[in-house]
Design a protein around this ligand. Structure first.
Ligand code: G6Q
Length: 555
């Protein structure tokens, strides 16, 4: 792909940015009564209102033209078609095959992957059925009866944790008689605190690791096995209380988990895109297989939309282009995801990995340094909590932070009209960010409140809101499995489109390797099993190792 920044469209967008020095959204809304309608898009009950963005029709035209020039459509088709677009790992990228609800085959190296996908889904369904109905029993130590499973503990990290953990919290109203817990951190407190209230007789562990070599996961899994065996006193218990989700059958066997209790997936499923695979097993156990399949169906709805809708009416494409507009033409380094839905509390953390691990890249797909700013910093918290914390900076700070506001029209549990209060805030914040408050408005307000001239003069600059701060509003009827599937897939494809625009590989993550390598060298030095060769570390790291290794020895 040729350098996009050299294209006349890129240049025209720079000019368009200059024009915005004299534009304010408040005026544009006043001038164009149809603005909200013009800049909204609906997919079933999912509404994207992007009218409070710093765009006008010509801005959007240029952005869409840029997407065409970047070859977004052909790269999208290559991804869905099973081409090995993850160049540095030589892999296809087919999380979309995992939720392919059609009977279209999906070919990798000429072979259809769909029979394998369906086979694993079938095995998951059978297992989930047994566990949820109590037919799957835990181990029975001598003299005790076998008990049904009540608690599932997923042991996994990164892509093998964040998606399922986020989804289980989001889908709590669909949860049944099984509780789901997630242990990811190698910090022993995570496992210890989780096991504290659990009964080994009724606990099932899922060891979730694509590679089955991840240090944190294997250590936590070994500690969990010890906990189980301390109770059972018999290694046979492992087969009743441990299942694995992995692509590495040999390592699963070596760990002592019966391959019959392993659910597989494939190298063409990236970790952070894997919740649709058997990595979603804790979700299926928690909400049941039907609801899990609804989640897949929701993602499939978004896949179909993404494949077929013209770029100008394509939700993931629009979100991606708006993101690029701020990132590359407004120097916005970040964006905030603000779900007005407490159960989406882990959604920002999930998106953080999805976006920052995918597009936090400094070289192009062919290994040259990128010329423009790439993946943004993602952060967020549920509203209204965030309003009482960091929104100040978004309203009046010196940085431009585009925001995505997300909410459901209906709550699963309305309490004394609290949902309406939540929604009033959800509507007020984007309105405030867009409109701002002028000096004249502040002056009138303060005068009406009885303040004198001197007081008004002193307070006025603090009370002005510049406005013109961009937001997207995403609204759906209710947070169902299907809606959640659509929402996740929307952001997955948004991230993909941006990677195509920036010409970076969204599907590798070499940046996580160096720290792991160094930790491997430091561990024996910390425990005293090895001494660092002189000059192996900088003075700061060497002194910290000395302090901590002394602390470890004396504790
Ligand atoms: C995701 C990353 C990373 C990965 C974890 C866990 O895209 O590759 O977060 O998911 O490192 O890896 P395993 O599943 O192999 O244990």
């Amino acid at each position: 792909m040729s350098d996009l920044t050299l294209s006349p469209t890129w240049h025209a967008l720079k000019e368009e940015r200059k024009a915005w020095k004299a534009l304010h959204l408040r005026t544009l809304f006043a001038r164009d009564r149809k603005r909200a309608e013009r800049f909204s898009l609906q997919l079933d009950d999912l509404l994207l209102d992007y009218s409070k963005n710093l765009i006008r029709p010509q801005t959007l035209k240029l952005l869409v033209k840029l997407a065409r020039e970047a070859g977004v459509e052909s790269l999208r088709d290559a991804m869905f078609g099973g081409e090995k677009i993850n160049l540095t790992e030589g892999r296809a990228v087919l999380h979309t095959a995992l939720r392919n609800r059609s009977d279209r085959p999906v070919l990798v190296d000429g072979a259809d992957v769909m029979p394998g996908v369906r086979e694993v889904l079938g095995r998951m369904g059978a297992f989930v059925g047994k566990v949820r109905t109590g037919k799957w029993k835990g181990f029975a130590p001598r003299g005790q009866g076998a008990k049904a499973i009540t608690d599932v503990v997923n042991i996994g990290i990164g892509g093998s944790d964040l998606g399922p953990a986020m989804a289980c919290l989001a889908l709590r109203p669909y949860g049944g008689n099984i509780r789901a817990h997630f242990v990811s951190n190698v910090d022993p407190s995570h496992l210890v605190d989780t096991l504290e209230d659990l009964n080994p007789a009724t606990t099932l562990f899922i060891v979730a690791s694509k590679t089955f070599t991840t240090q944190e996961t294997l250590l936590n899994a070994q500690a969990a096995r010890t906990w189980l065996l301390d109770w059972a006193g018999d290694a046979k218990a492992v087969a009743r209380h441990f299942v694995a989700v992995s692509t590495n059958e040999a390592a699963v066997g070596e760990f002592g988990i019966d391959p019959a209790n392993m659910f597989g997936f494939w190298d063409w499923v990236g970790g952070r895109y894997s919740l649709w695979s058997a990595i979603g097993l804790p979700i299926a156990l928690y909400v049941g297989m039907d609801a899990f399949e609804e989640l897949l169906a929701g993602a499939f709805d978004m896949d179909e939309h993404f494949r077929a809708a013209p770029l100008e009416a394509n939700m993931p494409v629009l979100l991606a282009l708006l993101g690029l507009w701020y990132n590359n033409f407004w120097d916005a380094d970040s964006y905030a995801v603000l779900p007005y839905e407490q159960r989406l509390a882990r959604f920002p953390a999930y998106l953080q990995q999805l976006d920052m691990e995918s597009n936090g890249k400094g070289v192009t797909r062919d290994g040259r340094p990128v010329k423009v700013s790439t993946g943004p910093i993602v952060f967020g918290e549920p509203g209204t909590n965030g309003q009482h914390a960091f929104y100040q900076l978004i309203h009046q700070g010196t940085k431009l932070i585009p925001c995505d506001f997300i909410a459901a029209a209906e709550s699963h549990n309305d309490l004394n009209g609290q949902h309406a209060v939540l929604l009033s805030n959800f509507l007020a914040q984007p309105e405030a960010l867009m409109r701002g408050k002028t000096a004249a408005e502040v002056e009138t307000e303060l005068a009406m409140a009885g303040l004198g001239k001197r007081e008004i003069k002193a307070l006025l600059p603090h009370k002005v809101f510049p406005g013109n701060r961009p937001t997207n509003t995403l609204l759906y009827r209710r947070l169902t499995p299907r809606t959640l599937g659509r929402l996740i897939a929307l952001y997955e494809h948004k991230v993909f489109v941006q990677s195509a625009l920036w010409n970076v590989n969204a599907y590798d993550q070499w940046g996580v390797e160096l720290g792991k390598q160094l930790a491997k060298a430091i561990l024996p030095e910390l425990t005293g099993a090895a001494t660092a060769r002189p000059g192996a570390h900088d003075a700061s790291t060497a002194a910290l190792i000395a302090t901590l290794s002394a602390a470890l020895r004396s504790s």
